[in-house]
Design a protein. Structure first.
Length: 336
């Protein structure tokens, strides 16, 4: 048995591959191996000899298994070095740095807008991007065949189902759920869709709308809210200007301008020498919209506003082509 051990150790030490090492293991320690055969033959020995032979056999097995483990470790390390050399890898070199991603500029602006209004006590509401004609138009005082619908030409999926042209339907859905509860203060971020596609328009863009409903809300509340938003978003020296406008779902309605972020209101190429840049639309919620949504226009009032996130981002960062937001050009995105 000792000779068998010496023979096995010699073969194990001389093995040049893991495959050869495995063959030697099977030869001596396998179910039909040499040592196993010897152990099975112990039944024919004198009972007095069995304990001693058993101890020797266990020592031989331990010796073989130890030699097998040591040679296995050596061969694995040799194979590793060989593989590294063949692949041309220098393990002493520092690792290749992993380039970390960053937030998309639209997400940065989205979060900044939300933080401003969350700080004013607003909550965030969401709704479906695939809407019905009723919520997208009729509940917002866009009757059938109303000319104002032309300004929001959109993608109809079939019948009365369409891709929403603004996030205002969520305002109606929220009022339906909360009426007659007060107050209502929400902002509605999300994607909207219109048939536009040029340097300053996209068939899909992001919008944030706001709605506040309570007793004795006035246009002064609207002006104060948006003036604060403009100064928080574009800087403390930013001025606002309200111009009369028309939206079917608000009355009175106003377009909101800010003093040019490039020239500070002095007049430049960006603002066409006017000193002002348009950023959003707003107004007092139309009484008819309140009534459709379950509120009494005699008891409550409210204001609403809506802004394109791309428009805000373009003004904030001085970007002149909206399509850059969707091209996924790393040269553009890495600037943020």
């Amino acid at each position: 048995m000792l000779e068998l051990n010496e023979e096995a150790l010699k073969e194990l030490t001389g093995a040049q591959s893991l495959e050869a090492l495995n063959e030697i293991r099977v030869k001596y320690l396998g179910k039909k191996g040499e040592l196993t055969r010897v152990l099975r033959g112990m039944g024919g020995l004198n009972p007095d000899m069995r304990p001693r032979i058993g101890q020797i056999a266990n020592r031989v097995r331990e010796s073989m298994e130890r030699a097998l483990a040591e040679r296995t470790a050596v061969l694995k390390e040799l194979e590793k070095e060989k593989r590294l050399q063949s692949e041309g890898i220098d393990v002493t070199l520092p690792g290749t740095p992993v380039r970390r991603g960053g937030k998309h500029p639209l997400n940065i602006v989205f979060e900044e807008i939300q933080e401003i209004f969350l700080g004013l006590g607003y909550s965030i509401a969401e709704g479906p991007e695939v809407e019905t004609d009723f919520y997208n138009f009729e509940a917002l005082n866009f009757p059938k065949d109303h000319p104002a619908r032309d300004m929001q030409d959109t993608f109809f999926i079939g019948g009365e189902i369409l891709l929403r042209t603004h996030t205002s339907p969520v305002q109606v859905r929220t009022m339906e759920k909360t009426a007659p509860g007060l107050p209502v203060k929400i902002i509605v971020p999300g994607k909207v869709y219109r048939r536009d596609d040029d340097a300053t328009h996209s068939p899909m863009f992001n919008q944030v709308e706001g709605l506040a409903i309570d007793r004795r809300i006035t246009f002064s509340d609207l002006k104060g809210t948006l003036d604060l938003f403009a100064r928080k978003m574009f800087g403390p020296k930013t001025k606002t200007r309200f111009r009369p406008s028309y939206f079917p779902f608000t009355e009175p309605s106003a377009e909101v301008d800010i003093s040019c972020v490039m020239c500070g209101g002095k007049g430049c190429r960006v603002c066409s020498q006017t000193g002002w840049l348009e950023i959003l639309g707003s107004g007092m919620v139309h009484p008819r919209v309140l009534e459709i949504s379950g509120y009494s226009s005699e008891e409550v009032t409210g204001f609403a506003f809506g802004m394109g996130v791309e428009r805000i981002a373009m003004l904030k960062y001085g970007i002149d082509d909206m399509r850059l937001f969707f091209d996924n050009d790393l040269r553009f995105l890495q600037q943020f």
